[in-house]
Structures are given as C-alpha cells and as structure tokens.
Design a protein around this ligand. Structure first.
Ligand code: SF4
Length: 387
C-alpha cells in the first residue's frame, strides 16, 4: 500500500519510498554474495526487496534478509557491477534505515536472519563501522537474538573484526580466488595475503580465544570461471582453509559476465561446474577424502558429466567392497552410501549380516549407484537377488 512518499509495510510502521528504492537496488546487488545457504533464490514480491528464500544443506527453507549497505566502492574488482570505474547512481543505507527495515520484516516474520555486506564507501574502517553498527543496534538496543552474518571487508582492522565477531553468529571474508595470481587478475586493489589471508587468520585466532565470538565460525567464497584457476586449485585452497584456518565452508559462485563490467564479454563457466565443485568439496569436508583421491582431467577440471564420487570410485582399488566387514572410511567411499547410511550399516550388521540389496535400500542406500561397488556375503552383483 503506497501513500505519497511512504509505504505501509506493517500495521504500525512506515518506511519511506526513498529507503525502499535504495533497498530495491542494494538487495539486487547482494544476490551475488552466497552465505550459509545453498540454492538461494529471491522472493518475487517487488515491494519488499531484500528477502531471499534459501535452502539450507539440510533441505530446510529459510527466509533471509540480505542487502548491501552501500554500492559505492573504491575497489576495481573486474567482475563486479559496483567497481569503482563504473558510472552509475550510487546509494547507501544508514545503519538506522537498514535496522528499521530489517526489524519491520523480522517482526512480521518475513525473515529469520540478517546477512549484511557492503561496498567500500569512503574508507574501509568507516564502512565496516557502519556494518558493525547495524549489528550493535539490533543486539544492544533492540535485544535481537537471532542470526546475524556479517561480511568482513578485506583490510579491516583487527579491533573492528573483533567487535564484529562479538555481535555476529558468523562472519566471512570473500577470498574470491584460489591463488594470489588469480586475485591479481581480478583486482588491483586487494592484496591476497595482507588484506585477506591475514584477516582469516585473525578470525580463527579470535574465535579460538573466545568461542562466543562468531560462534558459528567463518566461511568464504570463491568465484569460479573468471580466471584460469582450475578446480584442483580451488579445491586445494578450500581443503587448506578447512585444515589451517578452520573455515567452516567455502562457497563457489559461478562467474557471471555482467553488463558494464570489464569482464562483460568473457564467457561464463560450464553450468554444471560449480555444482560439481560442491559435490567434490563435500567429499573433502564431510567424507574426509584426500585431495589426491579426487580425479581431475588433464586441464585440472572435474568431469562435469559425472558425480566426482563415482569418478573417484572407478580409480580406487578397494572395490568391490564387502559390506559386512568394510570399515566406515571405506563404506563412505561407495557411491550411493552416505555418512548416515554407513553408520546404520555398521550398527545393524553387528547383530545380523546383510544378505540382500533390499535391506540396504531400506537404510537409505542408493542401491542403483552402489551395486557395482559392493559385495554381500562374498556375492557380487549378478549373484545377488534382485531388489
Ligand atoms: S570490493 Fe569489489 S566485489 Fe566488493 S563491492 Fe567493491 S568492487 Fe564489488
């Protein structure tokens, strides 16, 4: 409902048209930042910008308020619509404006949490101060207890990172590239080691000293397909981040050649590439695969036509695997057997060995994928009963 210069967004609250216009633009740009969710998609209600319905890895749909505080930026990231050399109307929300819109949505149960990021308006510290101020107002002035994810701007001071972490559930610094050379192809204004890696290390140290600071830890994001970096480079960096800097998750954002950016005429990656990276990353992160267990093509890329777990399985010499005696480590290497079904198999076979594929199917095993790789009581595939 619109009255002159205001829009009614709740029974008792009004948000100015000016603020909503800014929200429209700034929430559109925020879509390129991924966060704790996968497969996110934007809500279709045009009058209420900033709401993204996202699917968590457990399949749960969560509405999230996601917006950039400012699209002003002094950095020159070649893939980004906000890069400093582009000539367009810049705008920003004050912490008070942003808080007001967020609380309105939140009180009406339109969103469950906040994901906040910003272009660099002026200098890094004052921009990050604004981001932290939103969290401060929400937590300390309004008693807001739910989820806050703050994006840390590369180059932010340690003190300010600490303050952000004291207020946020989770923080993240986008590393954007797997290697220093990759980043320097994309921007001349960020230093990979100094502005980014050092900050990730600080976040790890601060969290270790005080686990209540950003209790859900840190995540990061890499752009896929904007440079020559291979899937092997990207996964190598992801594994290193998990092991050395306690990063909880890496997000892979498929490069999109956006209009009016220096890379607008470059083609994007294969549409399956980021999805295959997520599958391979899950093998490294949740299945404890070593990087050298994954199979890369000569060009360093994963085969986009096949699930990397199946590609890897064809190269392993542990198959066919006896289900009734295999270790947990080997069971989770079978395509079609996940961590939950592997645990169930081990618990059940202690009481009664498995004879039929059908019994595995009841436990959640994708038998059509697994059957080539397993034996039951010494019997392999064709010797087993149909399931
Ligand atoms: S820092 Fe780079 S990616 Fe972020 S808003 Fe500025 S130009 Fe875009």
């Amino acid at each position: 409902m619109v009255y002159h210069n205001t829009i009614i967004v709740g029974e008792t609250d009004y948000i100015s048209m000016n603020t909503m216009r800014k929200m429209q633009v700034l929430s559109d740009t925020a879509q390129y930042d991924l966060c704790d969710y996968v497969n996110h998609h934007k809500q279709s209600t045009p009058q209420l910008p900033g709401i993204y319905y996202s699917t968590r890895s457990n399949g749960c749909q969560v509405p999230l308020f996601k917006v950039l505080m400012s699209n002003k930026c002094c950095n020159d990231c070649k893939y980004c619509v906000n890069h400093s050399k582009r000539n367009f109307t810049r705008m920003e929300l004050t912490p008070e404006e942003l808080t007001r819109v967020f609380l309105n949505y939140y009180q009406r149960k339109l969103v469950d949490g906040l994901f906040l990021s910003s272009g660099i308006s002026g200098d890094i510290e004052s921009t990050m101060e604004n981001v932290v101020e939103v969290a401060r107002i929400l937590r300390l002035e309004h008693g807001y207890q739910d989820y806050i994810h703050l994006k840390i701007i590369p180059g932010t001071s340690k003190d300010l990172i600490k303050r952000a972490m004291a207020l946020a559930d989770r923080v993240s610094v986008n590393i954007e590239a797997a290697t220093p050379d990759g980043l320097s192809e994309l921007t001349s204004t960020k230093d990979y080691q100094k502005d980014i890696m050092r900050r990730l290390k600080w976040i790890k140290d601060i969290h270790e000293r005080n686990p209540k600071y950003a209790p859900s830890g840190q995540t990061t994001q890499m752009i896929v397909g904007a440079t020559d970096e291979t899937d092997e480079d990207i996964l190598n960096r992801a594994k290193w981040l998990y092991n050395k800097l306690d990063v909880k998750r890496s997000y892979f954002s498929a490069f999109q050649p956006l209009e009016e950016t220096p890379l607008e005429n470059q083609s994007g990656p294969h549409p399956q590439r980021a999805g295959r990276l997520y599958q391979a990353d899950a093998l490294l992160n949740s299945y404890n695969f070593k990087l050298d267990e994954l199979v890369f093509q000569e060009d360093g890329l994963l085969d986009v036509e096949q699930d990397p777990k199946i590609t890897a399985a064809w190269e392993m010499d542990i198959f066919p695997l006896e289900i009734n005696s295999a270790s947990y480590r080997d069971l989770i290497r079978v395509p079609g057997i996940g961590t939950i079904s592997a645990r169930r198999i081990i618990a059940i076979r202690q009481k009664k060995p498995f004879h039929k594929m059908d019994d595995l199917k009841k436990l959640g095993v994708a038998v059509n994928r697994a059957e080539t790789f397993i034996k039951l009581q010494g019997n392999y595939q064709t010797a087993l009963d149909a399931y």
